[in-house]
Each structure stands twice: as structure tokens, then as C-alpha cells.
Design a protein around this ligand. Structure first.
Ligand SMILES: Cc1cc2nc3c(=O)[nH]c(=O)nc-3n(C[C@H](O)[C@H](O)[C@H](O)COP(=O)(O)OP(=O)(O)OC[C@H]3O[C@@H](n4cnc5c(N)ncnc54)[C@H](O)[C@@H]3O)c2cc1C
Length: 445
């Protein structure tokens, strides 16, 4: 039976979900709080570009969009590390031919909205969800300061992001709703590296650039217009923190000392530092995600995570794909579909949240550490020699959509414990290529 489905939020996940559901013949309406970004700049918003990897691509492939999005993406084959002394190093992400993709958030969102509308989805903008009546199955949207509308739903999805209003309505009236929200002590600010004088990319284009500095880091992802969007992940408080960089002189002195090669490429960074917002980074875990056969949280509304594994959107896209597969399994029984969706996805949402927090330490501290780099080299060799028995944690998350996040976390922890012992061995730097040693390591998994 085809349903009247209401989705709150026409962000990346709400738009993709609407395509999946309308392809199955459901009548889908999205209500979006902001204006239509295709008709001018939408207010607010997050990172300018994102890393799209295999899980996200698989979900896009199922609706025929993967190729089109690949065409507007820039492959990034590894991390390009910038040390403070000006030296650089390249660390591949996986095996040859494996890469992640830098894509514009706005372009991707607009394409998804175009395709949704072409599929018959209706998107109503300037409609901010303010209330849900669970007895009458009505949802209220504020259209302006004086005007609101009430819409009836058969099935409601909250895809309205980390600070979901629809989740709040669910939470307020659910007697046993568990909710956990955790802000890390770092925020972020975006800066720009423009094209070089000759009009080309100012740095290696096919890489994700990182300036790891222990308590903080700068990263940069390429854009199609030959700029890079840089993001400074930086403590709010402390000796080196946003709270200390309050004058142009302080910003200049700090950047020149800490990121000298980046400064040379960012002519406007001081203005940008003061004009661009400083934003915070939150993890949200909650339960339950669903209400009978009528309601589900999806995307960041269900599992907001920090961006250090580049997986928030990928995970939200995977939610849509898994839900679609469950529709096949349980046909039109939405009680079973939503129940199975929550059972499968909640542990995976929790797992990627934890993996993402852990990866912050890896990116800002360890990518410059020679012991860690040797460990990664050994793991890459193990993967090459035993491709099914040893898959580095990063590859499991990024290049193996058939491995669940919860499984990647479990296996990753086991492998890390083994590697911690291996790295304590005398002369490991000399003997790590020994075949019998590699064999012994893999046998412990
Ligand atoms: C700095 C940064 C970098 C990131 N980098 C990556 C990356 O490289 N790779 C990756 O996979 N993920 C990344 N992410 C995570 C990614 O941005 C999110 O996971 C993704 O945007 C989630 O999509 P969503 O549709 O669930 O939520 P959102 O993108 O937040 O969309 C929610 C939508 O709902 C609308 N809305 C909100 N409230 C209401 C309301 N009350 N009524 C109606 N509409 C409403 C909003 O306007 C918005 O359009 C990054 C995040 C940050 C902050």
C-alpha cells in the first residue's frame, strides 16, 4: 500500500530518502526550514565540501546518481601531510585505485533536490517544523512569524539534522527516551586557498591536505573552481585557542609560526578568520529512533557525529539504502521495517560516532608520528598479503560498504590491540617485512 510520507528537512539525507521512497510509488512531501538554495544562497549551513566515500556512493548508485556525482567530484588518493618545518609527505588511504571524493555540499544537495522533484516529490521551503501531534498524526510548520500550517502524515521521517526539532517532539512525549549529546572542546572555522597566479590549484589536487599539530590541525579539500576549502579544527579555550586569537596581529603571528606554508597560499586568511563563523562539533546518540509504524529518525537527526572520519553524510546515505532493502524484505509492513531499521542501524550509528572521535586523535597527533607511520606501513603490507584476513580500520570504514560500522569498530579494536604489542618488539623497524612475523601477526586475528 502506498503511503503519504512526510519528511522534515531537505538536506542531503532527507532529499535522498525522498528519492528512494518516491521511486517505490509513495507520495512524498518534504518540508524544509530554509529557502531554496537553488534560487540563491541558503542561510546557515555547514562545511563547503565533503568527502564522499564508498558507502555514500553505493547509496547513490542505487538511485542512478553515482556516476553523475563522481563527475563533479575530485578524487583524493591519500593524506598529504604538511610538517611545521615545511617538509611534506604523502600517505595513501588504501590500495592503489582506492580514493575518497571531494564534492561540493551545495551542488550535491541541489542535484538531489532536482532529482527528487523530477520523481514527483514536493518540497516546500520556508517551513520550519515546530510541533508534532502524535495522537492525530499531524505535524505543524511555521511559515512566517504569523503563519503556520498543519499537515497530516501517515509516515513521518525526521531528517532535520543534529538539532532536529522533530526528534525533540518525539523525545518530549516518549517516556523512556535516552539522549546523549557531547561537544568536543574544539570548534572549526573555514578559510580559503585561492587558485595560484597561473590559475591552477595551488597545491597537489588529488589529496586531502593535513597540517597536524597535536592539539589542533588544519585540513584542506579541493574544489572544482581550483580553490581549496581549509578547515581549522582548534580548541575554544587554552594557550593556543580561539579565545586567544582576538586581534589580527595575534592571528598573523600564530599562523605564520604554525602553518607557514599554508599562510603563503592564503592571502585573505586574516579577514576570513574574523568574518567566517566559528562552529562547534557535537555527537548525538539517542534511542528509540522510531515510533510504531509512523515515525523514524534518519541521518544526523538519529546520529550526529564529528567529521573526522568523513562519514556523517555517508552514514546517513547508508541509512537510506538499508531502509530501502528492508522495504523489500518486509514489503509493506512498516512496523517490521522500522523495527528492523532501528535494530540494524542504531549499533552502527553508535560505532561510527566512536570511530569518528578516535580518528580526531589519529589525524591531529599521529599522522606526524614515525611509529604510527611504521604501524600503518605494516598494516598495509598485511592487507596486501592477506586481503581478507587483515583490513586496516580506515579501509573497513571507507572502502568496504559490506562491512557494518559496528563490525569495523570491533575488528579495528582487535587489530589495534595486536599492533600495539607488535610495535613494542625490539628492532621492529628492521624486521617487519619478515614473512614469518607477518604470518604470526595475522594468525592472532
Ligand atoms: C565541518 C564538517 C565537515 C563534514 N565533513 C563530512 C565529510 O567529509 N563526509 C561526510 O560524510 N560527512 C561530513 N560531515 C557530516 C555531514 O555534514 C552530515 O552528516 C550531513 O550533512 C547530514 O545530513 P542530514 O541531511 O542528516 O542533515 P543536515 O545536512 O543538517 O540537513 C538537515 C536539513 O533540515 C533542515 N531543518 C533543520 N531544522 C528544521 C526544521 N525545524 N524544520 C524543517 N527543516 C529543518 C535544515 O535546514 C537542513 O536542510 C561534516 C560535517 C561538518 C560539520
Amino acid at each position: 500500500m502506498k503511503k503519504d510520507v512526510t519528511i522534515v528537512g531537505a538536506g542531503l539525507v532527507g532529499s535522498l530518502l525522498s528519492i528512494y521512497l518516491s521511486k517505490r510509488g509513495h507520495r512524498v512531501k518534504i518540508y524544509e526550514g530554509r529557502n531554496d538554495m537553488r534560487k540563491g544562497k541558503a542561510l546557515g549551513g555547514r562545511s563547503i565540501n565533503l568527502a564522499l566515500s564508498d558507502r555514500g556512493l553505493l547509496a547513490l548508485e542505487k538511485v542512478g546518481l553515482a556516476e553523475e556525482i563522481r563527475n563533479i567530484s575530485i578524487p583524493m588518493h591519500g593524506r598529504y601531510i604538511h610538517h611545521v618545518d615545511g617538509s611534506t609527505a604523502f600517505q595513501p588511504y588504501g590500495k592503489e585505485g582506492q580514493y575518497i571524493n571531494s564534492v561540493s555540499r551545495a551542488t550535491l544537495n541541489m542535484k538531489l533536490m532536482d532529482l527528487a522533484e523530477a520523481q514527483g516529490v514536493s518540497i516546500q521551503f520556508h517551513s520550519r517544523c515546530t510541533g508534532v501531534d502524535w495522537q492525530k498524526n499531524n505535524v505543524t510548520f511555521e511559515i512566517s512569524n504569523t503563519e503556520s500550517l498543519v499537515s497530516h502524515f501517515e509516515l513521518l521521517f525526521a531528517a532535520d539534522g543534529a538539532f532536529s526539532a522533530a526528534r525533540l517532539q518525539h523525545q518530549l512525549q516518549h517516556p523512556k527516551f535516552n539522549y546523549q549529546q557531547y561537544y568536543i572542546d574544539c570548534g572549526y572555522k573555514e578559510l580559503t586557498i585561492p587558485p595560484s597566479v597561473s590559475g591552477d590549484f595551488a597545491m597537489e589536487v588529488n589529496a586531502l591536505h593535513i597540517w597536524p599539530r597535536k592539539d589542533y590541525m588544519l585540513i584542506a579539500l579541493p574544489n572544482l573552481d581550483k580553490t581549496f576549502t581549509c578547515t581549522l579544527f582548534f580548541p575554544f579555550e587554552g594557550a593556543a585557542s580561539f579565545s586567544k586569537l582576538t586581534t589580527p596581529e595575534a592571528v598573523k603571528a600564530f599562523f605564520e609560526e604554525t602553518f607557514p606554508d599554508a599562510v603563503a597560499l592564503m592571502p585573505d586568511y586574516i579577514n576570513e578568520f574574523f568574518n567566517n563563523p566559528t562552529s562547534s562539533l557535537v555527537t548525538v546518540k539517542c534511542h528509540p529512533w522510531i515510533r510504531e509504524d509512523k515515525f523514524a529518525l534518519i541521518g544526523d537527526a538519529a546520529h550526529a557525529i564529528v567529521p573526522f572520519f568523513g562519514q556523517g553524510m555517508n552514514c546517513g546515505f547508508e541509512d537510506c539504502r538499508v531502509l530501502d532493502e528492508l522495504i523489500d524484505t518486509y514489503q509493506d509492513d512498516w512496523s517490521q521495517i522500522l523495527d528492523a531499521y532501528q535494530t540494524l542501524r542504531k549499533p552502527d550509528g553508535d560505532a561510527i560516532a566512536d570511530l569518528a572521535i578516535n580518528n580526531f586523535t589519529e589525524m591531529r597527533e599521529k599522522t606526524a608520528d614515525p611509529v604510527f607511520l611504521l604501524q600503518k606501513k605494516i598494516e598495509a603490507r598485511l592487507h596486501e598479503k592477506y586481503p581478507d584476513r587483515w583490513i586496516p580500520a580506515y579501509s573497513q570504514v571507507t572502502f568496504s560498504p559490506n562491512i557494518r560500522y559496528s563490525e569495523a569498530l570491533r575488528r579495528g579494536l582487535r587489530q589495534e590491540a595486536i599492533m600495539q604489542e607488535v610495535m613494542k618488539m625490539d628492532n621492529i623497524a628492521e624486521q617487519w617485512q619478515d614473512e614469518s612475523l607477518l604470518q604470526k601477526i595475522v594468525e592472532q586475528v
